[in-house]
Design a protein around this ligand. Structure first.
Ligand code: BES
Ligand code: MN
Ligand code: MN
Length: 456
């Protein structure tokens, strides 16, 4: 057994307990109720970085939640790796669907259950522990900088500003991120693409007050009915999005690229079974894996209005609302798509209602190189610890800051995540395999080793 494995074997219980400490703090960035807890988590991350051996560890205030920074510069001539992660988490609700408290981490069947176990406290903390391991075993071969933020789940607005204002501090050769997944525990993969995002909220107003649906029903526009119709109109029967110009910039992959993608193992039966679906659904002419990675989408994320309490209330609501998001693919631009949506939504609204469209955060899609030294180092690292060469895959999720790192710092990212789609991130009962957590801690030092070796 080599020194990495020996160190992990000796310390794994502590590694898990320390992660539990972070998981117990409800760092929900979306909900102001948790403000103190989010800040407390930043402090906890700071302490962990100091304990692991980082220098110049600081809490960098922003207009929102702070960014935790730390570094270990061992030799200016060596390459510098900038590690990015986030300590904030998604809201835990619906609470009643959790089998155990979202902020009371437990291990069941080899999985750590808690909000943030995988996304991203567990994956971020692997880097802190891998760093500790390299420090303690005297094997750190690169300079390291850590930048751990607390607003990823709400759009990373202030990280953008921080990056723009701290280009010198953040100087590095590559960004390393574990905030994505692998295909399966015996099928490692490296993410080479992320989708972008346009997120909006719409409001449809009919009459100036809620009305008796008998006295007025049939004679005035019901904003809920109208909103449903407008949403339905935004896709045709082939599941193409009907917003004019929506597909103008969409990257078209060659037949070869699509054939290459199709080689990634995928079992439709298991996919349906895992979600309890009798059939799948999506854009005509594309496979499931294409639909959720290289094709853009439009989804309603929430819709409300009218009476939703117990029993029946005969009412025509004055207003209806929806939150709608579009996942974007390379060459689409989130501001442009937001504008196209707004124009189209307003244009299909009948005169009988008023509509208001409010844009939320957005983010740009990104494709990262799969022929770079850093990619090669990640690939070799995973091959060493999984015993199999990882497959490059494009993911459907978004990490908006990755495109910004490229445009503002000129840096590519390596997306070496260890989560599984079945980890239920953002859902009730989020979990992260103990196997994955420890595998990450084992793999990361190899990344540094190979990256240093290949960089010379
Ligand atoms: N870590 C996820 C993104 C992710 C997960 C990418 C799995 C690939 C595989 C990240 O925390 C996230 O949830 N991002 C948001 C975007 C953000 C603007 C709220 C998303 O994708 O919805
Ligand atoms: Mn994440
Ligand atoms: Mn997330």
């Amino acid at each position: 057994m080599n020194s990495t494995n020996t160190y992990i074997e000796k310390n794994k219980e502590r590694f898990i307990n320390e992660l539990f400490e972070l998981l117990r703090i409800p760092s929900v960035s979306a909900d102001p109720k948790y403000k103190n807890d989010v800040i407390k988590t930043a402090d906890a991350v700071k302490e962990k970085l100091i304990a692991a051996g980082a220098d110049k560890v600081e809490i960098c205030p922003t207009a929102g939640y702070p960014i935790v920074y730390g570094e270990k510069i061992i030799d200016a001539k060596l390459p510098t790796v900038l590690v990015y992660g986030h300590y904030d988490v998604q809201p835990a609700d619906p609470l009643e669907l959790w089998h155990s408290g979202p902020f009371e981490p437990i291990i069941k069947d080899g999985n750590i259950y808690a909000r943030g176990a995988c996304d991203d406290k567990g994956q971020m903390f692997m880097h802190v522990k891998a760093f500790e391991l390299m420090m303690k075993t005297n094997s750190l071969p690169c300079n390291i900088k850590f930048m751990i933020e607390g607003e990823e789940e709400v759009g990373s607005d202030n990280l953008g500003t921080f990056v723009k204002q701290n280009k010198e501090k953040l100087k590095a050769d590559i960004i390393l991120i574990s905030d994505t997944g692998i295909i399966a525990n015996d099928i490692p993969s490296i993410t080479v693409g992320l989708r972008g995002l346009s997120y909006l909220e719409v409001e449809v107003t009919g009459p100036n007050r809620d009305l008796h649906s008998g006295l007025y029903g049939g004679a005035v526009a019901n904003p809920i009915n109208i909103l449903c119709k407008m949403i339905a109109q935004m896709k045709d029967d082939k599941e193409h999005i009907t917003i004019p110009g929506f597909y103008d910039d969409v990257e078209i992959l060659s037949a070869e690229e699509r054939a290459e993608m199709a080689k990634a193992p995928f079992k439709l039966d298991e996919y349906k079974k895992a979600l309890d679906l009798s059939d799948i659904h999506g854009e005509e002419g594309f496979s499931t894996n294409e639909r959720n990675s290289i094709r853009p989408t439009l989804d309603v994320n929430g819709i409300w209005g009218g009476y939703t309490g117990e029993g029946a209330k005969t009412v025509i609501a004055s207003k209806a609302f929806a939150k709608i998001s579009m996942r974007l693919v390379p060459h689409q631009n989130s501001d442009k798509i937001t504008e196209l949506f707004k124009k189209y939504f307003e244009s299909i609204a009948p005169k009988s209602v008023k509509v208001k469209v409010t844009p939320h955060h957005g983010g740009e899609p990104v494709v990262t190189p799969s022929d770079s030294v850093a990619y090669k180092a990640a690939s070799m690292a995973m091959e060493t610890t999984f015993g199999k060469k990882p497959i490059p895959v494009r993911s459907g999720g978004s990490i908006p800051i990755v495109a910004m790192f490229k445009s503002e710092l000129g840096l590519d990212s390596v997306l070496m995540g260890f989560g599984l789609d079945s980890d239920a991130i953002h859902s009730p009962n989020e979990h992260y395999g103990v196997f994955n957590y420890l595998k990450g801690i084992e793999t990361i030092p190899y990344f540094y080793k190979y990256y240093a070796e290949l960089s010379i």
